[in-house]
Design a protein around this ligand. Sequence first.
Ligand code: HEM
Length: 383
Amino acid sequence: MPEFDRFAPPHLDDPYPLYARLREGPPFFADAFGVWVVTRRADVKAVLSDPARFSSEFLIRTPMSPAPGVAETLATGHPEVFALLNQDPPEHTRVRALVAAAFSPRRVRALTPRVERLAGELVDAIAADGAADLIRSLALPLPLLVICELIGIPRADAPRVRGWIEQLKVLTSFGASDAEQVAAAHGSVEFERYLAALIAQRRAHGRDDLLTDVLRGDLTDLEIISLLITLIFGGHETTTNLIGNALLAALARPEGLPDDPDDVIERTLRADPPVQGTFRRTVADTELGGAPIPAGAQLYAALGAANHDPDGSAEPHLAFGRGIHYCVGAQLARVEARIALRTLATRLPGLRAADGFRVSYPANLLHRGPIRLAATWPVPSVH
Ligand code: HEM
């Protein structure tokens, strides 16, 4: 399927027609990426539902083709260990139980008024301007501040955390220059040291936050560092993109933002999911959807393609995955998106996309969301 090997703009603006063509065939090996691509809903479900055949155990933060100096720099920090997203049972089961308890509905409910306050502050800060990029002013900062708050990272440190996450992204994507990679490796080490210090602080003085809950378990500090990075990485840009994609869908309607955004959010999760796919590795030679796949092969389960499979249109969407790795932050992400859209609808009546605004997406296979969203709204004149 050479078409997938050219999976780059302009396909990125609208990958769904390509996915539809790919679903006509069985899983195939994409030479450019070195992965087997799985697009049919039944096959994606089979992959996510069977961790004994399709393993999650591979390192995520390790660069794919590191520049000279990167490995040496990373070696001065904490080694990356498996934590949750990249663990199989029985290790996964133990960590998941601990994290699920810390992500209890009680803690998410308790966070709701805080999310409302943060969203209110962010929207009030732009209200008098009559125009803004809603990604930069709301969709990006809100999930970042929320995940910091949930974990127990001081708000003043949020901008630094954001910078470190950007640097981790450099390490795990294609195309960065050698200098950028080395700078990112230094950032990654700094981030690990920051988290190690936070853990030490919290071990000395517990508080009512997720980190304190996690410390009650039997995880090592290295495992906790990896887990915190997974939570911050997994809970931030994903939710930014859900807010962005849902806003795009809502603003495309003639009536604009709805008062109750739940329906738009759920439709967005199916039609334009923020996480377009996830990876697994075959444990042994296997067969999937009619294709023989060798042991040790990497698979890309294309959630965005599976969600559009007409064969599964009556079934739940796969935007948050399925099975044992089902997104632990799904409830929180929905709460954040609902509050973001509702706050805009109530505080900025008449909000619409700016004249001439054209959406564009980053060149990223995995994460999908608008780079910016220029919007305008009427501002009452002050006398
Ligand atoms: C709209 C926003 C989000 C989307 C679309 C999303 C999507 C996903 C998906 C598809 C998976 C499964 C990955 C796999 O099976 O390999 C997953 C797992 C996970 N997500 Fe999310 N996520 C979102 C928000 C969040 C938030 C807010 C958090 C944390 C605060 C979070 C933390 C995690 C973690 C820790 C896992 C791994 C769970 C495990 O391995 O047991 N996610 N997410």
